[in-house]
Design a protein around this ligand. Structure first.
Ligand SMILES: O=P(O)(O)OC[C@H]1O[C@](O)(CO)[C@@H](O)[C@@H]1O
Ligand SMILES: [Fe+2]
Length: 191
């Protein structure tokens, strides 16, 4: 398939659950996130006792060209590993200069962003709020509530996902629960 012969189509995404009846999601269980949470003992215990589903999202089968847009929902379930909220792995785009847009449909949480130059930011997700991920920023969604955090995203189809940097270096910041409230702290594992 080329960019020019993709036909118009539509897909359903539930506004509350984020799930689609017409296409299959990609699921990430906790065991796929080794080393990403600060508390290794809490991580191992949670994997041992059932390896919970942390998040799922939709990956469209479109040609990965600069003229196409990939889109779908991302659903981060509520929960914590130790005192750290459930989150996505997070990634830079392989083409670092490509941005992305997220729009929160339900739940509450935040997007943690950081660029290679060391700037970082936490943008709040509440239903109806859009968050812009500028070029160069790694992005990770975090569920800070008690319901699934559902966002709709779209980005240039050739952007690609660079997980390596986050897997080896980690994020500069973490979001943990302290006295019942989210708090941003330095990541003790950041290299
Ligand atoms: O790529 P991660 O960090 O595992 O998180 C997946 C999310 O990121 C995206 O790749 C969009 O940036 C979606 O496919 C999905 O919502
Ligand atoms: Fe992305």
């Amino acid at each position: 398939m080329t960019e020019t012969n993709v036909k118009p189509f539509n897909l359903d995404f539930d506004l509350v659950t984020g799930l689609s009846k017409s296409t299959k999601s990609t699921k990430r269980h906790l065991s796929k996130m080794k080393g990403m949470y600060a508390d290794d003992a809490a991580f191992a215990a949670a994997v041992q006792s059932g390896d919970p589903l942390v998040y799922e999202f939709y990956e469209l089968d479109l040609p990965e060209t600069s003229g196409n847009l990939l889109f779908g929902t991302s659903i981060v379930y509520p929960g914590k590993v130790g005192n750290e909220y459930y989150m996505t792995k997070g990634h830079f785009h392989t083409i670092l200069e490509t941005g992305e847009v997220y729009y929160c449909l339900s739940g509450e949480g935040a997007m943690l962003l950081e660029n290679p130059e060391g700037d970082w930011d936490l943008q709040r997700f509440i239903p109806g709020q859009a968050v812009y991920v500028p070029p160069r920023y790694a992005h990770r969604s975090i569920n800070l509530g008690t319901e699934p955090l559902v966002t709709f995203f779209t980005f240039r189809a050739d952007a690609g996902h660079d997980y390596g940097t986050i897997e080896t270096k980690g994020y500069r910041k973490l979001v943990i629960e302290k006295d019942g409230k989210p708090e941003i702290i330095d990541n003790p594992k950041w290299k």
